[in-house]
Design a protein around this ligand. Structure first.
Ligand code: AMP
Length: 630
């Protein structure tokens, strides 16, 4: 058995560390004796760095030097988070690389989100070391299913900074399924409903015979308990304004206290029908210079009114995941609840109504993800070796091919790790280079998707178009990182890229692209058809064009005129037309002429071996023209 690997749920709001001892996962208490550690770091004037509970306590006193919810910023560009920097009380700025970093006065420098993560991880690592009485060097860390490559890499970096080798970046819902014991069931399908402090994730997983497979994932990384706290805060602020005319929004210290009180009230209302919110000395009346107090009663019914739409939004995302997995609610065997916000009675009630059964409550929703990470750690350390884990790609991955088409190599929701190869060819005679442009998204037009990276394969031996065979392989590793290689089969020459951490998609982009796709599905289909027809037209025109150029004497004057007209008009249609009918008409005309001159064309192409119709070359795969390099 290898060395111990701990499992860490590095959460937006709270973090948890767990380890498998003697075959059983154990949640480790932190230095303050708590099983959950707030994901908060605070810098004091004396440059002391506080982490967890002591940091959270300082948040009220020192909002500028206390960082919470730093997970929202990890691995993200400043431009991606501009909208949310106003929601935190510390200062988020742009560094010279365009990344979102924290300007913490007491730190005396800009602090990266990875560093904040590292402080939290180090605390948990030390707690585990003192519990186990041995040094810990390896960890499995969980991330939301929608984290992109950049966010995953940054999470790994946080581990490294804390002195931990992150042996696996595991999706949170997958971890939950492991803790639930899905691998031990017989062909069960579960839905993991993860409603935490800052993110909402839903995953559908299927398990049995020691295997867990993720069928679909969907989510919103800006939907969580904090949104509920904000609703309560807003209500308190408005009520206070009505009574006193004072807007507490301008008072950072008051806001921090309101936030804590709002969260506290929310939690209490999960168990009680009403609660009293009391914030003495919340501010000073500017007119009388007297201290003012905030005192409000909140009932569960009132809270439910305030937040019903938030919970309905989670169910919309659930519907999307079900549609992706092609399942009806009644086909789900169990709904596993993850995240503190699933303790809200209205959440449980709505889930019950939707699925027609009670959600599963066997595992503590705060700890289930860390426990799953610990189980994964024990699998990797060799302690447990009977499970295989499969995650899925959230969006399709492919390359740009002739005519600007997106040719998908890995469709969305494909289980990873995965390797897929396809053979492509050139579109021009004696083309010695191809450019491989890697895209992610659902549009059949490559350009409408997100460009992940570009590289060139050069040194292809000159040959007529359609002859070279270029094998393009997509490899997604277990951490969700994509490697693309292109190889010229004749020479064995190879080029590759790993999609750089700075080029992934943010969760909102993924969401937006999927929404776009749904909205424009018909338009996409039309464009796809257009590209297909244009490609067919090109296939017919090309040999004619070539023959006219190389051996014009094969035709009579009249024949030549007819064919030249066809070529010119077809080229124009290929270049400019957006009208399906027009392309179809031209294609029909080209087909007729090609048939008319079939014999001459055939004889001519025999000599030059123009291979542009060699469907089913290797492995039955039709070669798809790679985009030519100008
Ligand atoms: P997590 O990200 O899983 O740690 O979840 C933390 C979120 O759960 C925070 O927004 C908490 O306020 C919320 N939470 C914790 N306990 C409760 C509770 N009893 N009722 C409602 N929300 C809760």
């Amino acid at each position: 058995m290898g060395e111990k690997i701990i499992g860490i749920d590095l959460g937006t709001t709270n973090s948890v560390v767990s380890v498998v001892v003697g075959g059983e996962p154990i949640v480790i208490q932190n230095q303050e004796g708590n099983r959950i550690t707030p994901s908060v770091v605070s810098w004091t004037k004396e440059k002391e760095i506080l982490v967890g509970e002591p940091a959270k306590r300082r948040a009220i006193l020192d909002p500028l030097n206390t960082v919470y919810e730093s997970k929202r910023f990890i691995g993200r560009k400043f431009s991606e988070v501009r909208d949310i920097i106003g929601r935190v009380s510390y200062k988020v700025v742009e560094d010279d690389k365009g990344d979102a970093v924290f300007d913490i006065p007491n730190a005396g420098k800009l602090v990266r989100p990875e560093e904040v993560g590292a402080h939290i991880l180090r605390k948990l690592k030390e707690a585990a070391e003192s519990y186990l009485g041995e040094k810990i060097q390896k960890a499995v860390i969980t991330v939301p299913a929608y984290f992109n490559e950049r966010q995953r890499q940054a999470t790994k970096m946080a581990g490294k900074l804390a002195g931990l080798e992150v042996v696996r970046v595991l999706n949170e819902p997958t971890a939950a399924a492991l803790a639930y014991g899905l691998d031990k069931k017989e062909n069960a399908k579960i839905l993991v409903y993860d409603f935490g402090g800052g993110t909402f994730d839903v995953s559908i997983l299927e398990g049995g015979d020691g295997v867990i497979e993720v069928k679909a994932t969907a989510g919103d990384s800006f939907l969580g308990g904090a949104n509920i706290d904000e609703r309560i805060m807003e209500w308190l602020i408005e009520e206070f304004k009505k009574e006193t005319g004072i807007d507490l929004r301008n008072d950072k210290t008051a806001l921090q206290r309101l936030k804590d009180a709002a969260e506290q009230a929310k939690k209490e209302l999960s168990f009680k029908m009403e609660t009293e919110i009391s914030l003495p000395f919340i501010t000073i009346d500017p007119a009388t210079k007297q201290p003012l107090h905030l005192q409000k009663k909140l009932t569960r019914a009132r809270l439910e009114q305030m937040i019903e739409d938030i919970i309905d939004r989670t169910l919309e995302i659930v519907k999307k995941a079900l549609a992706d997995a092609n399942l009806k609610p009644e086909e789900i065997d169990d709904v596993v609840l993850v995240g503190g916000s699933t303790r809200i009675p209205l959440v449980q009630q709505k889930i019950k109504e939707f699925f027609g059964k009670e959600p599963h409550k066997g595992v503590n929703p705060d700890e289930v993800v860390a426990i799953g990470a610990a189980i994964q750690g024990s699998i990797l350390s060799g302690e447990k070796k009977d499970i295989l884990l499969i995650d899925v790609t959230p969006l399709s991955l492919g390359i740009e091919t002739y005519g600007g088409a997106m040719t998908v190599l890995i469709p969305r929701n494909t289980p990873i790790p995965v390797r897929k190869c396809e053979t492509f060819t050139t579109v021009s005679d004696f083309q010695t280079e191809v450019e491989i442009k890697v895209y992610q998204g659902e549009s059949p037009i490559a350009k409408e998707n997100k460009l992940l990276g570009t590289f060139r394969l050069t040194g292809i031996p000159p040959a007529p178009r359609g002859v070279p065979q270029i094998e393009v392989c997509f490899d997604i590793d277990a951490d969700g990182i994509l490697h693309v290689t292109a190889k010229d089969k004749a020479t064995g020459k190879e080029q590759s890229i790993t999609v750089q951490p700075s080029s992934g998609l943010t969760e909102e982009e993924v969401k937006k692209m999927l929404e776009e796709y749904e909205k424009h599905k018909d338009e996409y289909e039309r464009k796809k058809k257009l590209i297909e027809l244009k490609n067919q037209l090109d296939q017919i025109i090309y040999p004619i064009e070539k023959l006219l150029k190389e051996s014009p004497d094969k035709f009579t004057e009249e024949e030549r005129k007819e064919l030249e007209k066809l070529v010119v008009e077809s080229r124009k249609v290929i270049e400019t037309s957006t009208d399906l009918n027009e392309v179809e008409k031209k294609l029909e005309e080209a087909r007729q002429l090609a048939t008319k001159y079939a014999e001459k064309l055939y004889r001519a192409t025999q000599g030059g071996k123009d291979n542009n119709n060699n469907k089913g070359s290797e492995g039955g795969e039709g070669p798809i023209d790679a985009k030519p390099v100008d």
